[in-house]
Design a protein around this ligand. Structure first.
Ligand SMILES: [Mn+2]
Length: 406
């Protein structure tokens, strides 16, 4: 049994106000070529299909085309999708009952019974469990339990424990969550809009599954064991993410129970992202000499301030190479004036309330939260920090909201 695992497509995403839809359209063609080559039994999409809960018309159209082409590909693979925190589960699951007859399985909401899709090969059946993005309150509601653990690990253990899973058979879980191992979170790629330290599920909750196909973190990696994996986003969606340029689909082969072989099949981006940093004259010299073309570039000047004439010259320089400058900035002032304190306030050292506030600002064009919001933020942060993950409903609602697109 072979399946391809991808996640975090974020269809409709923009980067520095540039629509990436053409980029995503070309990527989907490249992925389809891979599907035609590999002829997998299934394709698994582990959430954040869209970039926002109310996706643009062209994003919906692209997904429609993409899924149709996948289902039509030689070998007629089954296609399984779970909603991520960026998706609206209800909207994504529109028509899912009808679509399942075409072997397109979409799990949008946390239900009492996790959607199970059974496929088989010469070694017997494989159960795929499609668990959309979830959280303790949703699990409590689905199970009809009033006293659901506030702690994500315990809540998810309770939820999985309530499913009718044959542990002697082969099982694959598809999920969109933050998974931790020994209390450590997976390393973020850079384009996630999530708050660290919230909603982590210990990897031990997934011991019953031969493979766990995860979405949520945009840097592809395994967490805990080799067979609990984030596929990562298909493209770099932030210049920070260019630290991890190897992107693609995970090809997973299941043999007998417990035998799992995973490898990354790289899919090159149509326009690679690159950060170009240096003195102006050096950049002009090097880029004029370099044969590399067709990139999306961020330029960081180290020897002078960014002025309109310089910015224009940089745009012109890169456009001659069919490249596009998406962002220009100067590190010159920062480096000369920069004190250790100013540059040393990394995410790790900030309090949870500050991180919530940063997140708010990032979502509201840099505006500061008003007093009421600030009070809610401090309430939520305080409750998250006050040990044992005890969060009351207001704070829980905020944490959930924070993980959603507005
Ligand atoms: Mn995502």
């Amino acid at each position: 049994m072979v399946f391809l695992h991808i996640s975090d497509l974020h269809l409709g995403k923009t980067l520095q106000n540039k629509s990436l839809i053409e980029e995503q359209r070309e990527w989907s063609r490249r992925f389809l070529d891979l599907v035609r080559r590999e002829q997998p039994d299934a394709i698994v999409i582990a959430g954040d299909v869209y970039d926002r809960a109310a996706p643009s018309g062209e994003a919906v159209e692209l997904l429609d085309r993409f899924l149709t082409d996948l289902l039509d590909a030689d070998g007629k693979p089954a296609v399984m999708v779970v909603a991520g925190n960026h998706d609206s589960g209800q909207r994504l699951a529109f028509g899912s009952g009808i679509l399942s007859r075409q072997r397109l399985y979409i799990a949008g909401r946390t239900e009492r019974d996790i959607m199970r899709v059974e496929l088989s090969d010469d070694k017997g059946p494989v159960s795929f469990w499609l668990m959309p993005y979830t959280f303790p309150a949703a699990i409590g509601q689905a199970l009809g339990v009033e006293e659901v653990p506030r702690n994500y690990t315990d809540a998810v253990k309770l939820y999985l424990g309530a499913q009718n899973i044959d542990r002697t058979g082969r099982n694959v879980l598809v999920a969109h969550q933050s998974v931790t191992s020994d209390g450590k979170e997976a390393e973020q790629g850079g384009s996630e809009t999530m708050i660290g330290g919230v909603g982590g599920i210990d990897v031990s909750a997934f011991d019953d599954f031969d493979y766990v196909a995860l979405g949520h973190i945009h840097k592809g990696q395994h967490i805990g064991r080799e067979t609990v994996r984030y596929a990562g986003s298909p493209l770099c969606y932030h210049f920070d993410e260019t630290r991890w340029p190897r992107k693609g689909a995970l090809r997973v082969e299941l043999g007998e129970k417990g035998q799992v072989d995973v490898r990354l099949v790289e899919i090159p981006p149509p326009h690679p992202l690159r950060v170009v940093e240096g003195a102006y004259d050096d950049i002009v010299r090097d880029e004029t000499a370099s044969p590399v073309r067709g990139e999306y570039v961020k330029v960081v000047l180290t020897d002078r301030r960014m002025e309109p004439t310089i910015s224009d010259a940089l745009h012109a320089l890169f456009s001659m190479k069919d490249s596009l400058v998406l962002e220009t900035l100067s590190a010159f002032g920062r480096m000369t004036e920069g004190s250790a304190a100013a540059s040393g306030s990394s995410t790790r050292e900030r309090t949870l309330a500050e991180k919530f506030s940063d997140f708010w600002r990032a979502r509201h064009a840099g505006a500061d939260p008003d007093d009421k919001t600030l009070a809610l933020i401090e309430l939520a942060a305080g409750q998250v920090e006050s040990g044992s993950g005890a969060v009351d409903d207001d704070a829980q609602a905020l944490v959930t909201l924070a993980g959603k697109e507005d």
